[in-house]
Unconditional design. Structure first.
Length: 133
């Protein structure tokens, strides 16, 4: 009976692990879609100008408010950071007095971004594959 209990606990652990992996994959897919939408917003703004993180997150949250999956300020910040790290040659940021992040970018190329996002998504999905162990 003790081995039976142990086996049930292992099975429950496997199911929990699989569910967590699935949630992580779905969240990464959600972020990928939102990254493309946020990129579209950045692409529509005049480039080579400074934009505070406060301004950009507010704009992103407002712009995506009516979409199927609106995002909050923390997700908007996370997506801006991911875009900046993915497109570090095009999007830069600096932290000014008081710790405020200010973003600036060169002319953005949608094709370049799509290729980089697709590569990143494949890598993250590969890294998050559930082995079932």
């Amino acid at each position: 009976s003790q081995s039976n209990l142990l086996e049930r606990l292992r099975e429950r652990e496997r199911k929990s692990s699989a569910l967590l992996s699935q949630r992580q994959r779905h969240y990464q897919q959600f972020l990928t879609v939102k990254m493309k939408q946020v990129f579209g917003i950045l692409h529509s703004l005049p480039w080579n100008r400074p934009y505070t993180v406060t301004y950009l997150t507010g704009l992103v949250v407002d712009s995506l408010q009516d979409s199927n999956n609106p995002i909050g300020i923390s997700e908007a910040e996370e997506i801006l950071e991911k875009l900046q790290s993915l497109l570090c040659d095009e999007i830069s940021f600096q932290i000014v007095d008081g710790g405020l992040k200010v973003y600036r970018w060169t002319q953005l190329d949608k094709d370049s971004l799509s290729a980089k996002i697709d590569t990143m998504s494949r890598e993250e999905l590969t890294n998050n594959v559930d082995t079932g162990l």
